[in-house]
Design a protein around this ligand. Structure first.
Ligand SMILES: C[S@@+](CC[C@H](N)C(=O)[O-])C[C@H]1O[C@@H](n2cnc3c(N)ncnc32)[C@H](O)[C@@H]1O
Length: 289
């Protein structure tokens, strides 16, 4: 007997709610994910799904397999092979950090600071598969955007995404923090964004399985007790790369906002603020050279 999309969504939502492997924030996430997976199995976009649509036995079996994978912690982006970020559809493969929608807030903050400038330069440190750099390049087409990451696999994915999106104003470089950037960007960068690893190493084991089991450890932590060595480097080396009046933006979780704000103030930046992104998920600390 055929099963309706409505029944499958309810079944999947129940199964995901019970999963100890996944983070249950934000509220409603399980239903949204179940809906996307039903739509995938029925071959339609989630926003075009009619809950009265019916699935035959083969599609129901496929759906249940996907729900089982998701309930086991596999990230949605790995199951789908893509994720939406800042209005862009990015291809995602295992082996790199999965972009979080919560980082869109830092993109908005950065774009506001790029838009008034004639041919601005933006640098995104620890860019991963490039969501922040790509969204900046798309949102500020006259900007020149550079992303760096220590992982050549992540940079390969970032370059693939830039090519697929036909974004020609972004370049990706493999290397340690600022090291691979062209020297001409010294003192010439308008906006520096950094969503670097900041989880203290001893706390990695407390992260949900969907994070610690599926994302490489070097994307989550710098392996120190404080977790803040890469944030400190971004803050400490930032002024050498920023133009006078240029901005640094650092994304961290609320637990680290005070400490990072203190670092930015002590490093001598002006107009330092801790801005609230998604409730309970992010803060973006901003400061100006
Ligand atoms: C939390 S992930 C964020 C990735 C990306 N910014 C995003 O928001 O999706 C941190 C990234 O830092 C990179 N990373 C770790 N150590 C690094 C280093 N020393 N220099 C540059 N990137 C580094 C990791 O490979 C990973 O892609």
């Amino acid at each position: 007997m055929a099963t309706t999309a409505r029944e499958l969504i309810a079944e999947g939502e129940r199964r995901l709610r019970r999963s100890p492997a996944i983070d249950h924030w934000p509220p409603g996430r399980e239903r949204d994910e179940a809906t996307v997976l039903v739509a995938l199995c029925l071959g339609v976009e989630a926003d075009a799904l009619d809950e009265d649509d019916e699935a035959d036995g083969r599609r129901v079996r496929r759906y249940r397999t996907l729900i089982r994978r998701r309930a086991g912690g596999e990230p949605m982006a790995h199951i789908l092979g893509w994720t939406e970020f800042g209005g862009l559809r990015l291809r995602v493969r295992p082996g790199a950090f999965v972009p979080r929608q919560s980082s869109e807030f830092m993109v908005e903050q950065a774009l506001r600071r790029l838009r008034g400038r004639a041919r601005p330069v933006a640098v995104d440190l620890a860019t991963g598969i490039g969501p922040i750099a790509l969204a900046l390049a798309a949102g500020a087409p006259r900007a020149e955007v550079h992303g760096t990451d220590i992982s050549s696999g992540a940079i390969r994915q970032a370059r693939g995404n830039a090519a697929a999106l036909r974004l020609r104003n972004v370049r990706f470089h493999v290397g340690d923090m600022f090291a691979p950037l062209p020297a001409r960007l010294r003192g010439a960068t308008d906006v520096l964004t950094a969503h670097v690893p900041y989880v203290p190493h001893p706390e990695v084991r407390d992260l949900p399985l969907e994070v610690r089991g599926f994302e490489p450890e070097h994307t989550l932590t710098d392996y120190t007790e404080s977790g803040l060595s890469l944030v400190e480097r971004a803050v400490g080396e930032g002024p050498a790369w920023l133009r006078p009046g240029g901005w640094i933006l650092l994304e961290v979780s609320p637990d680290f906002a005070r400490a990072v704000r203190g670092l930015v103030v002590r490093a001598g930046y002006r107009d330092v603020r801790s801005t609230k992104g998604w409730p309970q998920v992010t803060r973006v600390i901003v400061g100006r050279r």
